[in-house]
Design a protein around this ligand. Structure first.
Ligand code: TYD
Length: 136
């Protein structure tokens, strides 16, 4: 699969602001570049813990820091990028075929993940060497 980290994009979401606070809405194919089939979130991540450490064959993700902050390392087997997420109105679209690691979680961070597919272990590439073979 030829996907590259340069196809992964940072998306600034609309913020509806009034004196009572902010609201951000997420719509399939409008600001989320796929149809969401699953939502999950990471929380109570211990200091120093690393999440991710895998790639996906078909699944795309939209990753947001709803609270706190963390870094997302993305790697297509050739190029790498690090994206710091720390705002609930900014998301990272990770296309299929990208290795990702989530690190440097702040205390109390909540990572929201929107996924383009239902959960199946078959879609995971959990070994980096197998991931690189998949990419070629
Ligand atoms: P994993 O995707 O490896 O988490 P992370 O990338 O955040 O480190 O999933 C951790 C565990 O949770 C693994 O045993 C699979 C399971 N899991 C589900 O059962 N359903 C899901 O939707 C997800 C994302 C994971």
């Amino acid at each position: 699969m030829k996907s590259s980290v340069y196809e992964c994009s940072i998306v600034h979401l609309p913020k509806i602001h009034n004196e009572a606070g902010n609201l951000t809405a997420l719509d399939n194919q409008v600001n989320i570049p796929f149809d969401v089939k699953r939502v999950y979130y990471l929380y109570d991540v211990p200091g120093g813990a690393e999440r991710g450490g895998h790639g996906h064959k078909n699944l795309q993700q939209f990753i947001m820091a709803l609270s706190g902050s963390f870094d997302v390392l993305i790697d297509d087997g050739i190029n790498k990028k690090v994206v710091h997420l720390d705002r609930p109105y900014i998301g990272l679209h990770v296309v299929a075929g990208i290795w990702r690691e989530l690190i440097n979680f702040s205390s109390g961070a909540i990572c929201l993940v929107l996924a383009s597919e239902k959960y199946t272990e078959e879609d995971y590439l959990r070994d980096f060497e197998a991931f690189k073979i998949f990419k070629h």
